[in-house]
Design a protein around this ligand. Structure first.
Ligand code: COA
Length: 325
């Protein structure tokens, strides 16, 4: 097959990009029907592309065969320092026509990344449908590696499995000092090998102050796990709309969210993670959510194994590349 012609993405490509994104999402939902049907509509998909293009310093490329747009790629930087001198292609930032080879995304990237790197945006992130193996492979062959998984599963149909010696219950105010320690335990773990996350590591004191202020917020449901009468783990459940990183085409119409979970280092591997996770899955069922979301760092050995073991299936993978070395 000949290579398509590559041009810069402009306003005039929005309608075609919306159609391509809707088509991509239809393919995606054939494998993962829990994703929202709304984005199968070209006008709704176009709104997401419009929003991506409206972001400060957004730019990208389109692939043309004759007059037909057969693919697009669109990225923009985030202001947060956490991500370095960054450029993000979010869930609405790329699509190829049904019969267009995934290889074309490499041509699109080559064109778009010229400007991204000229602008100094060398820490690059791209969100890819997890079911599109050929597209993932094309990105791997552009030097990108797997950084984060965004996943869904159905709520629990049975009672949660709670290992012998463990108790899971709703948190009470007296738990706040331990909840604060657990809040810090997550970024501490993710700062270690092999994740090496640069995420902010706040202090236990700061976490405790936040808990004192927010403990009664009805939008969040907190569970704790006890072992031998001592709190050793916690999990926070809420509506998925509370998550800033699970949005756009990742977000089902209605979903619960396992937004946080941690077990103190000395108590890991006893089954508390499963007990807390399954309790959140039962909470989601009782609250009326048809599906539950969570996400994890691919390099976090503990969470990637635990949430996979609990039956979460990735819907989108975030890939990452650092340029210059
Ligand atoms: C992730 C975390 C909450 C899991 O809690 P945990 O109490 O250690 O996990 P569990 O003992 O319940 O194990 C849960 C499942 O993960 C799997 N698992 C755990 N450790 C594993 C290992 N070393 N190898 C393979 N599978 C493993 C097991 O299959 C287990 O499933 P099972 O019940 O079928 O045996 C905990 O390890 C933790 O706090 N990690 C650091 C903070 C963190 O990463 N939080 C999550 C952020 S997304």
């Amino acid at each position: 097959m000949t290579r398509p012609e590559i041009q810069p993405f402009t306003d005039e490509h929005l309608a075609d990009a919306g159609r391509l994104l809707a088509t991509r999402h239809r393919r995606h939902r054939a494998a993962q029907p829990d994703l929202s049907p709304a984005f199968e509509d070209a006008a709704t998909a176009k709104e997401r592309v419009e929003a991506a293009l409206a972001a400060d310093d957004a730019s990208g490329a389109v692939a043309l065969r004759g007059d037909t747009v057969v693919g697009f790629l669109l990225g923009a930087p985030k202001q947060s320092k956490t991500w370095g001198p960054n450029l993000w292609v979010e869930s609405a930032g790329q699509a190829l026509a049904d019969d267009e080879p995934a290889e074309t995304v490499r041509d699109l990237y080559a064109a778009a990344a010229t400007r991204w790197v000229d602008e100094g945006r060398t820490a690059q992130y791209v969100v890819v449908p997890a079911t599109d193996v050929a597209l993932l492979d094309a990105w791997y062959r552009l030097g990108f590696g797997h950084q984060q998984a965004h996943a869904l599963r159905a709520p629990l149909a049975t009672d949660p499995r709670i290992a012998v010696g463990l108790v899971v219950r709703r948190a009470v105010r007296d738990d706040i000092p331990t909840l604060a320690r657990l809040d810090v335990a997550l970024p501490q773990h993710q700062g270690l090998s092999p994740t090496f996350s640069a995420g902010e590591q706040g202090s236990v004191e700061e976490a405790q102050e936040e808990w004192e202020e927010d403990f009664d917020d009805p939008e969040f449901t907190t569970f704790v796990a006890e072992h031998d009468g001592r709190v050793i783990g916690s999990a926070v459940a809420c509506d998925l709309t509370k998550s800033g990183s699970n949005e756009g085409l990742m977000r089902p119409e209605k979903a619960g969210f396992l937004g946080f979970a941690a077990v103190l280092p000395e108590a890991r591997g006893l089954g508390a993670g499963r007990a807390l996770g399954e309790t959140v899955l039962a909470w989601a069922r009782d609250t009326g959510y048809p599906v539950v979301a969570t996400d994890w760092r691919a390099t976090n050995l503990l969470s990637s194994r635990t949430w996979t073991a609990l039956g979460f299936v990735p819907t989108f993978q975030r890939l990452h590349r650092t340029i210059g070395y």
